[in-house]
Ligand binder design. Structure first.
Ligand SMILES: NC(=O)c1ccc[n+]([C@@H]2O[C@H](COP(=O)([O-])OP(=O)(O)OC[C@H]3O[C@@H](n4cnc5c(N)ncnc54)[C@H](OP(=O)(O)O)[C@@H]3O)[C@@H](O)[C@H]2O)c1
Length: 292
């Protein structure tokens, strides 16, 4: 049976893959996080690959603290660039497919139409720069690499904007949320399902080696303000939300003003249907309510 290695498996996306794995019978999964496998440790990764037969490696490990990365540049580079390079090189040696996750923050946000995979990546933050370097390293090391860029990821697991809003909603009567940054929220569950669909199709006899960069985010677009309003509505939280400009909420790292990803390539290549962000948000919030 084919084996799928999932690194950084205690994060949002890793957890969603763990849930899917419970229902999948045709693959064996190996889930590891930094305690079991530090992706920046060359020897440890080589040793791990020598002891396991890996067919696919999904790299969910990342340094995702966007603002802290401005200060912790070296750790961010290690995890977001050196780690993918090491994993990808080991996948190449083993003949495995490498699936690496990247971000809309590789773009500068100056476009006003959805970003294509072929658009020039010009990151404006340390996090974005390290993620872009990771994409390039991964693609160079192993031609059988998928780089899946996603945006505004959230899930019932870990910390994210959706959960922060729900917490603030129970503490405050009024909030200011930026309305001049536009993108698309992505439920990590949907992305995890898409990754499994891609793996299934790579295994089909008719699959033509179409590796490279793909964009995946939930359908539709919104501002952080719209996203927050929807989170409160779907959570039945009554709070006054004021639309504010980015400069009214200064943060260490610059964010792209517009980072909507064009997802037509992944939809047409893999026949993947992408749900609208609001329906997926509802599903996720319902899961939180069920678990409460
Ligand atoms: N979150 C977003 O809004 C967003 C948006 C666009 C793209 N993405 C990308 O999507 C992917 C998944 O994101 P996520 O939100 O699921 O990330 P996450 O929740 O931050 O999970 C990342 C996991 O990687 C682990 N990790 C850190 N350093 C490691 C190392 N050296 N070796 C092994 N594991 C390590 C982390 O452990 P610790 O928690 O102990 O550090 C954590 O468990 C990432 O590539 C991210 O860049 C995320």
């Amino acid at each position: 049976m084919q084996q799928i290695l999932v690194t950084g498996s205690n994060g949002q996306l890793g957890h969603e893959l763990q849930l899917i794995a419970q229902k999948v019978e045709n693959y064996k999964f190996i889930f590891v996080d930094i305690e079991e496998l530090d992706i920046t440790n060359d020897d440890a990764v080589a040793n791990f690959f020598s002891q396991h037969s890996i067919d696919f490696c999904i790299n969910c490990a990342a340094y995702t603290a966007v603002d802290k990365a401005e200060e912790e540049r070296l750790i961010a580079i290690e995890v977001n660039a050196s780690g993918p390079k090491i994993l990808s090189a080991n996948c190449k040696k083993m003949g495995a497919v490498f699936i690496h996750i990247s971000t809309d923050f590789v773009f500068d946000g100056k476009l006003n139409t959805p970003y294509l995979e072929s658009n020039y990546a010009r990151p404006i933050s340390v996090y974005g720069k390290t993620k872009r370097k990771g994409e390039v390293e991964a693609l160079v090391e192993n031609p059988r690499t998928f780089v899946l860029r996603t945006s505004w990821l959230y899930s019932t697991f870990g910390g994210n904007f959706m959960k922060t809003m729900r917490r603030l909603g129970s503490e405050r009567k009024e909030l200011g949320i930026v309305y001049d940054q536009v993108g698309a929220p992505t439920y990590a569950r949907d992305l995890a399902n898409a990754i499994m669909q891609i793996i299934d199709q790579v295994n089909e006899d008719t699959y033509q080696d179409i590796f490279g960069i793909y964009h995946y985010s939930n359908a539709g677009i919104c501002s952080w303000y719209d996203f927050a309003v929807a989170i409160f509505e779907l959570s039945n939280i009554s709070i006054k939300v004021n639309p504010i400009r980015t400069e009214e909420y200064p943060l260490p790292a610059k964010r792209p003003t517009y980072s909507v990803l064009d997802t037509n390539k992944i939809k047409s290549t893999f026949n993947i249907e992408i749900p609208h962000w609001r329906g997926s948000l509802k599903n996720c919030i319902n899961k939180l309510k069920e678990n409460a």
